[in-house]
Each structure stands twice: as C-alpha cells, then as structure tokens.
Design a protein around this ligand. Structure first.
Ligand SMILES: Nc1ncnc2c1ncn2[C@@H]1O[C@H](COP(=O)(O)OP(=O)(O)OP(=O)(O)O)[C@@H](O)[C@H]1O
Ligand SMILES: [Mg+2]
Length: 254
C-alpha cells in the first residue's frame, strides 16, 4: 500500500494559506515525473474557500454526514471501522480528473460533539494512504495543531505575511509543534505577499523573533485580481510571480 506524504498549510488568517494550497496542488500535479500521482485536497477550514481557488464545486461536506460517520449504532458490524469510514467518505469526495477533494465544512450544529478534529485524524490515519499526496488547507490559527490532529503531518507549511501578528502565530505554531511532539518532519516557514525589495528586511525581522523564513512568495497582483473576478487561482499563468515561487516549494517537498 502506498504511504502518501501529508502536507498541511497553516498560519494566521488571511496570510494566503488557501492560495498556496491551491497552487501547490497544481504544481505537484504538473511536476515532471508526477504524471500519474493521486492527490487528495482537504479543505479543513469551516469557511471553505479551497474549492473556489481550485475552480470546482462540491455538494456535501464531512460536516453534513458527520453524525453518521462515527456513530457506532449506525455501523455495519460486518465491515471494519476503517472500511466503513472509507465508504462513507467516498460518498462525498469530489473526484476531479487528477485529484480528489474533501471539504470538512462546519463542525457546529445540533448533535455536534465536535468530531471534526477526530475525523481529520482519521483521514490522516486512513485515507492518506490511498494517495501520493494529501494537502490540508488548515483553519486559521492553532486549532488543528493544539488538538494533535496534525500529529503525523510530514510537511507543515507555516504561512506568514508582512504583519507582526503573523510572525507571532508562526512562532506559536512552532512552539506547539515542539511541545506536543508532533511528528512534523519538516516545518517550513513561508513569507507570502512580500513586495519586491523588502525580502531581506522580512527575513531579518523574523529572525529577530527567532523565526527562520525559508521561502518567500512575492506579492502577486494577479492573485487579488483573480480572487476579485472569481477566477480560480489555479488558472494563473505559468509565469505568474506566485506560481514560480510555489513551484520551487513543490520541488522542495515532493
Ligand atoms: N502572493 C500573493 N500576492 C498577493 N495577494 C495574495 C497572495 N496570496 C494571497 N493573496 C491574497 O490574500 C488574501 C488572503 O488569501 P487566502 O484566502 O489564500 O488566505 P488564507 O490564509 O487562506 O485566509 P483564511 O485564513 O481566511 O482562510 C486574498 O485576498 C488573496 O487574494
Ligand atoms: Mg483560507
């Protein structure tokens, strides 16, 4: 059985997690030698934006079927839990030509015992093995990390921008990852939306706080333009500033 790589994109709200997750999926699929890979995209943000960035629509979320997903009384005793989980999830996975998408949706509502984080853990434990890559677009902040849902993530991309707040969130993510001993084998800090000419300053500023910035994605005027016009980010031209930078990251982690 395939043991896929799990990549989580985390960081402060609005730093560009979704845009980076979408472009990463695109660039992984486009990489030489990756012609036949299977990718699972997971939108783990309750305010689901990843489908728009990928230009696809979806019908149901995990939130919509969550009550039946883990309740033992509804389970078929002839099947093991793993198979039942896979069957239920398979019903709501959006199958695109080159990848699958799973939208977590909203965890709240009547009958909620907040299993969403538990389900993400199950996805990592069970589903990711069916794919070469799983890319998780995390909810803003620290929720997923602090609940150990990302304990077996292979690569954690921590996105920050030019705000001090985002540097602080990145530092907290790093600390939590260390504290709860998450097996994040590779934690990469990415500064996104960086205007040309201030790269060095951003690196130095982050370093003052003890944060090493490993990758920089430039401010790309096409991203807000596409967002505003409702054009999927994945349709950006190959030579767009942001695309070239994400391609470098895809090469690094693949
Ligand atoms: N490299 C970039 N250059 C210019 N604008 C960008 C870039 N990356 C993202 N943006 C813009 O920043 C905003 C936030 O991006 P995005 O939605 O991807 O962030 P997010 O971290 O997923 O936000 P949220 O926490 O709300 O999910 C969007 O308006 C997007 O157009
Ligand atoms: Mg987002």
């Amino acid at each position: 059985m395939r043991k896929g790589k799990v990549i989580a994109v985390a960081g402060k709200g609005g730093t560009g997690k979704t845009a980076i997750a979408a472009l990463l999926i695109r660039e992984l699929l486009k990489s030489k030698g990756n012609e036949n890979i299977c990718v699972l995209a997971v939108d783990a943000d309750a305010d689901s934006n990843l489908p728009d960035s990928l230009g696809i629509s979806y019908d149901k979320t995990v939130g919509d079927i969550r009550e039946g997903l883990l309740e033992e009384k509804q389970q078929d005793t002839t099947l093991d839990i793993r198979t039942q989980f896979e069957c239920k999830i398979a019903e709501i996975v959006v199958e695109e030509e080159r990848y699958d998408l799973l939208v977590m949706g909203r965890p709240e509502g009547p009958g909620c015992y907040c299993p969403v984080n538990h389900i993400i853990r199950m996805i990592i434990d069970i589903l990711t093995k069916n794919y070469d890559y799983t890319i998780i677009d995390c909810e803003a902040g620290l929720e997923h990390l602090s609940r150990r849902t990302t304990r077996d993530v292979d690569v954690m991309l921590v996105v920050l921008d030019t705000t001090l707040k985002s540097i602080k969130t990145a530092l907290r993510l790093k600390k939590i990852a260390e504290e709860i001993n998450i097996e994040v084998k590779n934690l990469i800090n990415i500064a996104n939306k960086i205007p040309s000419g201030i790269e060095k300053m951003i690196r130095e500023e982050a370093k003052r706080y003890g944060l090493e910035i490993e990758e920089i994605i430039p401010f790309d005027p096409l991203i807000p333009e596409y967002d505003f016009k409702g054009i999927p980010i994945v349709d950006l031209p190959d030579d767009a500033l942001s695309v070239a930078a994400v391609r470098r990251i895809a090469e690094r982690i693949r």
